[in-house]
Design a protein. Structure first.
Length: 277
């Protein structure tokens, strides 16, 4: 879904200058919400959304007139629903109003009618890879794998450079993401065979960065050959697969941790429990 083209409000301040978001301003705003009677759950929700904003801001933590538009698009690219994006923007707008910077707010809401997005399963993802391998389509094989194993947006593919593959790390919005070893080995081999010495790994014939439409079209073409529902086979679908896989693994780890902790406590109880006196 394309981002709603919203326009920031007219400046409420004399100078059209960026605003710096600080931890102090966020804490003060959250304290103000509490003082105005907002529930603990509501304040926690605002805190979570503003934490996401903070992490997505550039290192200087400056909000400019285009910042919230860019953030809106970034959230959509990550697979956030329009309703969720609206809630995040509401928190950001509230903070800016508290700071006296209504000129930097983003006015207008996305269509929050929920869209039913079919989810790509891990089995279907593997079928895409198998089909690409069978057909000898190495580039789309690697692009699908990169999107599914790193969770980057299609617009961030140019960040996957020969230099990044060499180090094994991707720098995305100030965050360092590891390139899985199995993927890195395949990319290094691809880079060597194609004589890529520096710069983006995936480029068009004229050496320019691939457009979103081109990447999507190649994935859709592969989906038809693999007989996987086309609606599932999009860059965002691969990102959702990444997040779902990560969430499932993290949940398994939490369960394992809880069980190990319970087992440790039971062992200690046998040794020093009151009932054993």
């Amino acid at each position: 879904m394309k981002a709603f083209k919203s326009t920031p409000t007219k400046a409420a301040t004399a100078l059209d200058q960026p605003a710096r978001i600080t931890t102090e301003s966020v804490r003060a705003y959250l304290a103000d919400l509490s003082a105005r009677g907002r529930s603990v759950a509501t304040v926690r929700g605002y805190a979570s959304r503003l934490r996401t904003l903070w992490e997505d801001l550039p290192p200087d933590k400056l909000v400019r007139r285009e910042t919230l538009v860019d953030w809106q698009n970034k959230l959509l690219d990550r697979g956030y629903s329009p309703g969720s994006v609206n809630i995040h923007l509401s928190a950001a707008n509230g903070l800016l109003e508290y700071m006296g910077r209504r000129d930097l707010q983003l006015v207008g809401q996305l269509d929050a009618v929920p869209e039913i997005q079919p989810e790509l399963t891990r089995t279907e993802y593997l079928r895409l890879l198998q089909t690409a391998r069978t057909l000898g389509r190495e580039r789309i094989y690697l692009m699908v794998k990169v999107l599914a194993l790193t969770g980057i947006r299609v617009g961030e593919l140019p960040l996957l450079t020969a230099e990044a593959v060499e180090t094994g790390w991707l720098s995305v919005s100030g965050e360092q993401r590891p390139i899985p070893g199995c993927l890195r080995r395949e990319l290094l081999d691809y880079i060597a065979r194609n004589g890529i010495r520096s710069g983006p790994v995936f480029v068009s014939r004229n050496g320019r960065s691939l457009q979103r439409t081109q990447v999507t079209a190649e994935i859709q073409s592969l989906s038809r050959d693999a007989r996987v529902e086309a609606a599932k086979c999009t860059p965002r679908g691969l990102q959702r697969l990444y997040r779902a896989t990560q969430a499932e693994i993290e949940n398994d780890i939490r369960l394992l941790t809880a069980r190990s902790y319970e087992q440790m406590l039971n062992t200690e109880q046998l040794a020093v429990g009151w009932e054993n006196t």
